[in-house]
Design a protein around this ligand. Sequence first.
Ligand code: KIV
Length: 267
Amino acid sequence: MTVDRITSATLRAMKRRREPIVSLTCYDAAFCHLLEQAGVDVLLVGDSLGMVLQGQPSTVAVSLEHMVYHTACVSRVGKRALVLADMPFLSYATAERALQAAERLMAEGGAGMVKLEGGAAVLQTVGLLTRFGVPVCGHLGLLPQSVHQIGGYRYQGRDDAGAARIRADALALQEAGASLLVLECVPAELAAALSAELETPVIGIGAGSGTDGQVLVLHDMLGLTPGRSPRFSRNFMADADSVSQAVAAYVAEVRSRAFPGPEQTLA
Ligand code: KIV
């Protein structure tokens, strides 16, 4: 029996049906099997792998080579989930670099969609990629690749000006052709309002329960991250007997909108 691969059309249909989209980061074949069996819809080969797998202090050192390698590890065995690959730091700083990076992530890595961070600065690139048939996911709010500029991992859009900027960027990304949007660390009210306003599906991380779906870093939700996990995450292993059970609980709680709860939400 063949299994239908999830695409941007599937995600748009899920949004229309108000069926929450479930996403987790995934960097290898073993977890790809496990997450697909649990019913995860979007496997994000995030450049968080720099911190989670490589022990780097940020995502800045992650190269295109690393991203292509891990994307291929996932897509080689994946059957149903959309494989979403991060474009690494500065790989989309020029149109030429962006086209080359997207080509490698899709043709060699097997990604079904690529993700890049930012608003106004990336609009032309998003337009260019989509015109050439590359499905693109935007990423607004906290932009981990800009951590050196921001000065830390902080919530964004907390004042009127910041919220208006995120809203304008989100609408512009949709207009430029983005098929999906990740909103990271923004107040729940802003994220819910944007999700209602946009036709593009919105996946939140640290953005409350009013988005069209949720994503977490796999190692955070399995309690594998040393030190303190972000407040918007939860250790699903705490109440589970196995990794499969923990992931199944996450999938069920995202689908029922029980996760994120008030403890993980910034109002
Ligand atoms: O790289 C990553 O894991 C991400 C998530 C934080 C959304 O971009």
